[in-house]
Design a binder for this molecule. Structure first.
Ligand SMILES: [Zn+2]
Length: 617
């Protein structure tokens, strides 16, 4: 599955998702409540409160992590229920502690303590719940149900509807088919899994908003946006600034791909308008790498196809993960623990339903690291593995931090680490580890950059729009009667794509994207796509590399690894600009690195696009 997509189970709070000890069967009285004395609070009381809160959340988080692991790797009504209950226990305690934390709002406190109290108030991300236990139960059951419905989603086609496609099968057809009609049929079929979610999603929005308001935030979107060490409005302004930086690059790619698809599908693609969303090789049109063969990059070198290389070497699912692990160990990180290999899910089981959506886990908030993934032998999954392992190595690097700091500097950082490593999976690297035979020259650069851009640059507007939609939904700016229309307005505005067939409010197309029913915030992936190039540029500098950025691999550079580790080990203990500084020497997120990386491609695209219209009406 898609790379960014996965972070999934990493509950926003990597932390909050995982939990540890077996412990008592009976929920002890909350120490938070017990400890709250009358009168003005003192700093000592605040510290005691935070310590108790961390212990309590660690325990509940670990229980919830185990229950969630089982429910996602063995989907049944029972595991769904058990997981919802564990989740509810964690949410209830989190919400109570978050509220209790406001008692110390006006107290003068040391930085670390103040930061922990702030993070405690934000610990309800991504799912703050109302105080009423009945409503809490309803909210967690709705989210569990939506995620389960997505996980079990299938499109059954053919005579009698006997050829049933799950998301993996759908993904494969969207990647490989060049039949306009088949693509359209499968696109419609997959988007039929989500209409049943719509009414529950409405209810979900109303309950989660109530939870956010209980903590003093305007709505769920405002609550999510508060987790970036800056005012919510300033964060929105940062996103606008970054989008403005990368938009000319996206528009150049879009114009060229549109013209290429118009040749491949005569009469089906407008010359100046948005691209039909089912023709880009991906069910959500979020990454376009699969249409590479259509975009007319002249074959310059021998070329290579990572999928073919892996198949030729008979690299199986586990061995693909070993390649990823060896990259990290080459940088100086310790190997993954034996339990990682024993407990992870690498292959789709034949006999039961699982959530295939790739994700990385730290089940005990310590060293019980795992990935859950239905791996197939492909270049795409090879990259996704690096992405997921990035989460695991981050989790382990900050495991000695206090519980509330065991998270990424912000969630975009968490998503960016593995991708940063994957940027070093260059032809030169593949040759070094024996997957690619002859040492590559520069003649294949254009091909390499185009493949990268079709994934990384094409993704940017999608990464930006999913939460633009949710933020509007949560704030009420988009009412339920406009859910689907607003979704397509944003897809048109940012991506320049449109639905291939008319849509109505009977449809619920956002629900056909995992992160919406699973309630995983999405802006992190947009940030990660900018950050990973900034990290890559800094790591390459550290490794002493001076050539074009896209040729750099930091493989085996202990210096780059040490620099990376400095940032990872900080977790969320300091505002993210400090973590960024530790890695890059820069304090602002900066899209010039992605522009540097793709500069040679941009030049080529500009030549191709002469005489063509950029953008879409
Ligand atoms: Zn991820």
């Amino acid at each position: 599955m898609l790379r960014m997509v996965h972070g999934a189970a990493l509950l926003a709070a990597a932390a909050l998702v995982f939990p540890p000890s077996g412990g008592a069967d009976v929920k002890p009285a909350s120490p938070a409540r017990a400890a709250a004395p009358a009168g003005a609070p003192t700093a000592a009381q605040a510290r005691a409160f935070v310590e108790e809160a961390e212990a309590r959340l660690l325990d509940l988080s670990n229980r919830q992590g185990r229950a969630d692991w089982v429910s996602q790797t063995y989907i049944t009504d029972d595991t769904e229920r058990i997981s919802a209950e564990a989740n509810q226990a964690l949410i209830a305690e989190t919400m109570e502690l978050a509220k209790a934390a406001t008692r110390y709002d006006r107290l003068q406190l040391p930085d670390d303590l103040r930061r922990k109290l702030t993070l405690l108030k934000l610990a309800g991300i991504p799912l703050p719940a109302p105080a009423d236990p009945k409503l809490q139960a309803e909210l967690t059951q709705i989210t569990k149900w939506m995620e389960g419905t997505y996980g079990k989603g299938k499109y059954c086609r053919g005579a009698g509807g006997t050829d049933c496609l799950d998301v993996n099968a759908v993904t494969k057809i969207m990647a490989e088919s060049r039949s306009y009609d088949e693509l359209l049929d499968v696109w419609r079929g997959w988007h039929a899994i989500s209409p049943p979610m719509k009414s529950r999603y409405e209810r979900f929005v109303s309950l989660a908003n109530q939870g956010a308001r209980d903590l003093g935030y305007k709505d769920l979107g405002a609550y999510w946006r508060s987790n970036y060490d800056m005012p919510a409005d300033a964060f929105s302004a940062e996103l606008d600034r970054l989008w403005a930086q990368v938009r000319p690059l996206y528009e150049a790619l879009h114009a060229h791909v549109r013209a290429s698809l118009a040749k491949a599908y005569p009469g089906k693609v407008p010359e100046k308008g948005p691209i039909p969303a089912h023709l880009l090789g991906n069910i959500w049109a979020q990454q376009w790498g699969n249409v590479y063969p259509l975009v007319g990059v002249p074959a310059a070198g021998p070329g290579y196809d990572l999928t073919e290389l892996l198949k030729a070497k008979k690299v199986d699912e586990k061995e693909m993960v070993r390649y990823g692990e060896r990259f990290f160990t080459s940088l100086g990180f310790a190997p993954l623990p034996p339990t990682f290999w024993e407990r992870s899910l690498f292959v789709k089981p034949r006999d039961r339903e699982v959530v295939c959506h790739a994700s990385a886990w730290d089940v005990d908030n310590d060293q019980d690291l795992r990935i859950k993934m239905c791996i197939e032998t492909s270049g795409e999954d090879f990259v996704t593995i690096h992405h997921e392992l990035g989460h695991n190595f981050y989790q382990r690097a900050y495991r000695t931090q206090p519980f509330l700091f065991r998270q990424g500097a912000n969630d975009g950082f968490h998503e960016a680490i593995g991708d940063t490593i994957a940027l070093s999976v260059t032809p030169g690297y593949l040759q070094k580890v024996g997957l690619l035979g002859s040492p590559p020259g520069n003649e294949g650069d254009l091909e390499f950059l185009m493949r990268m851009a079709l994934d990384k640059v094409a993704f940017l507007p999608f990464g930006l729009l999913v939460d633009q939609w949710r933020w509007k939904v949560f704030s009420g700016e988009v009412p339920p009667a406009r859910y689907n229309a607003a979704w397509w307005e944003l897809r048109r505005k940012y991506q320049g794509v449109e639905a291939p067939v008319p849509r109505t409010e009977q449809d619920f197309d956002p629900g056909a994207k995992y992160h919406v029913p699973a309630n995983v915030p999405y802006m992190r992936y947009f940030l990660a796509h900018i950050l990973q190039f900034q990290f890559h540029r800094a790591a390459c500098r550290e490794a002493g590399f001076t050539g074009p950025l896209h040729q750099c691999s930091i493989y085996a550079s202990k210096e780059a690894g040490a620099r990376l580790d400095r940032m990872l080990a900080m977790g969320q203990s300091r505002p993210w600009p400090e973590a960024l500084y530790a890695m890059t020497g820069e304090r602002q997120i900066d899209a010039t690195a992605i522009l540097d990386y793709f500069a040679p491609l941009k030049k080529w695209l500009d030549e191709q696009n002469k005489g063509r219209t950029l953008g879409w009406q």
